[in-house]
Design a protein around this ligand. Structure first.
Ligand code: ADE
Length: 248
């Protein structure tokens, strides 16, 4: 049976979704993860959950210790990772509250530790393929869970990850649209990259919380809007997570 890691993003920092939940304080070669692991079970499957930004949301996107978060889940024995993330929509048809099962990313970050392979072994360089960064089987499971729960969702989506913590300018937002990005966040890269480097299948379910700032007929995104929309729709994400873990 699989052991599943969940990385909870903004608005899902400390969800109460595990049975027999216990806190596990762990260390990694990269320091401690952003939060103790919350370990327990969902439908009999072993699960470990880490709050990406810490349980009090104290780690800014640049400061999130992605390597420690991923390493801790690997040490726990996770062989699948499901991540959640709030995203801004760059497309009219991706509405607030919609879920998007991501299938591609564009890495627009600049200041993050983005690899486990800073030094190569002699004559053994590590260049991880990244053409299909999200695991196909996990994505299918997430899509199936969305359909089963009758949740409005999109079965593909390219996310552009920006450095943050500021939101984009309108020029940037329009540029990301022209590049083909569908949604925008501050977290998928390098988290997804690091999971691939560790060889752990990874998929992410994103919730659209706002229209960033490209839409001139409405006010630009604020953090308050992101959190409000996420909280109003959070049960969709927890439902999809529970259903997906059950199916794995
Ligand atoms: N997370 C949620 N909405 C976002 C936006 N508009 N830009 C970057 N990250 C986000």
């Amino acid at each position: 049976m699989r052991t599943i890691g969940i990385i909870g993003g903004s608005g899902l920092d400390d969800p109460d979704i595990l049975e027999n939940a216990q806190d596990m304080v762990v260390q990694t070669p990269f320091g401690p993860p952003a939060s103790p692991l919350k370990t327990g079970t969902i439908a009999g499957r072993k699960v470990a959950l880490v709050a990406r930004h810490g349980r009090q949301h104290t780690d800014s996107p640049t400061k999130v210790n992605n390597r420690a978060n991923l390493w801790a889940l690997r040490d726990f024995g996770c062989d699948a990772i499901l991540a959640t993330t709030a995203v801004g929509s760059l497309r009219e048809d991706i509405e607030r509250g919609d879920l998007v099962v991501l299938d591609q990313f564009i890495d627009f970050t600049r200041l993050r530790a983005l690899t486990f392979f800073e030094e190569f072994e002699p004559h053994a360089p590590s260049h991880t393929p990244m053409a299909e960064p999200f695991d196909a089987a996990l994505r299918e499971t997430l899509c199936f869970a969305c359909s089963a729960a009758n949740i409005q969702h999109h079965t593909t989506g390219t996310v552009v990850t920006i450095e943050g913590p500021r939101f984009s300018t309108r020029a940037e937002s329009n540029m990301f649209r022209a590049w083909g990005a569908d949604v925008i966040n501050m977290s998928t890269a390098p988290e997804c990259i690091l999971a691939n480097e560790l060889g752990i299948p990874y998929a992410a379910v994103a919730m659209s919380t706002d229209y960033d700032c490209w839409k001139t007929d409405e006010a630009a995104v604020t953090w308050e809007e992101v959190l409000r929309t996420f909280q109003e729709n959070v049960t969709k994400v927890t439902k999809v997570l529970l259903e997906s873990v059950r199916a794995l």
